[in-house]
Write a protein that binds this ligand. Structure first.
Ligand SMILES: [Cu+2]
Length: 315
């Protein structure tokens, strides 16, 4: 019994070690002793270290679970890359997620210059798009995709665009911003380690927008990046067009999970009048509620109600 457990642990350890290069799935295929033993066994075998790795936010790794983001040489006005699979060959089959096979997000390391684009897949597995890198700087490019037969992944790679660099300070936290003719307000604040509801409300020339158009399968698409390392966070819309309860504005609600206290930049893509607009916000997770945020659905938080959270978030 004990031997079996130890063997299983050893095999899982090997799988973890080789996973980055060859893909966990492949290694597990070759070692039937761990077949059917999943993350529970892995967590036991390798303890906290493994668990931490398993919970790593997206976008921090260029290679994960056997898949590697590789840039492909391209003209200056184009951005090209491919995803190498567990067998080392370019992946050519993907699943649709949020209406697309591939989402490419880019932002400078100072969190300026965000763009979200959808490259075209060539038969050889190369993805190409008109370059979204708007000017010089240290950029991070995120490929957000689901390979057929695999799990959803976000891989990230650094890209330098030469030229004169001017680092832009992160804009101060705010609950309202403007983009094009639109004003977008934010209600709710992310809290580390739990799912928080964030509601973005769109108005135009002072009037609530009630005819938002579906974009990527929802009435908005929200990306959150952590200041300091550009961890890419998963944010899910709360409700989809056509589900009988989700209205096309003015409010769009998301469920966000942030892994730590600190500053994050939120980027909301929404479509109206046939165009996609991106509203940006700086938020601080783990900060006490300021009381300045509008709280239409309930009374303002009484002082100290959430007071314990910032203390815990001191990391
Ligand atoms: Cu996309």
């Amino acid at each position: 019994m004990r031997t079996v457990t130890r063997l299983a642990g050893f095999a899982v350890g090997l799988a973890a070690v080789f996973g980055a290069t060859y893909g966990v799935g492949r290694v597990v295929d070759r070692t039937p002793v761990v077949e059917g033993r999943h993350d529970g066994a892995a967590a036991h075998a390798t303890g906290e270290h493994h668990e931490t790795a398993a919970r790593l936010p997206g976008g921090l790794l260029v290679s994960d679970r056997g898949y590697t983001l590789e840039r492909v040489d391209s003209p200056a006005d184009e951005f090209a890359f491919r995803i190498a699979g567990p067998d080392g060959r370019p992946v050519t089959r993907y699943e649709v997620a949020h209406d697309k096979l591939m989402h490419l997000i880019v932002a400078r390391r100072d969190l300026s210059g965000f763009r979200h684009v959808h490259p075209e897949l060539a038969p050889d597995g190369t993805w190409r798009v008109d370059t979204p890198l708007a000017g010089p700087g240290q950029w991070r490019a995120f490929a957000d995709f689901t390979p057929t037969g695999g799990e959803p992944l976000t891989l990230g790679v650094d890209v330098t665009v030469p030229g004169e660099l001017t680092e832009r300070p992160l804009p101060a936290p705010a609950t309202s911003t403007t983009v094009d003719d639109y004003t977008v307000t934010l209600t709710g604040a992310p809290q580390p380690g739990r799912t928080s509801s964030l509601t973005l409300t769109v108005s135009r020339n002072g009037r609530p927008v009630t005819d938002l158009e579906p974009y990527l399968g929802a009435y908005g698409h929200l990306v959150a990046l952590r200041r300091g390392d550009l961890a890419y966070l998963h944010v899910h819309p709360d409700g989809m067009p056509g589900d009988g309860r989700t209205r096309p504005g003015p409010a769009v609600t998301f469920l966000a999970e942030v892994p730590s206290a600190g500053s994050y930049r939120l980027y909301l893509d929404f479509q109206h009048g046939g165009r996609v607009h991106t509203a940006e916000f700086t938020v601080v997770a783990g900060a006490a509620p300021t009381g300045t945020a509008p709280t239409p659905s309930g009374p303002a938080p009484t002082g100290g109600a959430d007071h314990g959270t910032p203390g815990h978030g001191h990391n």
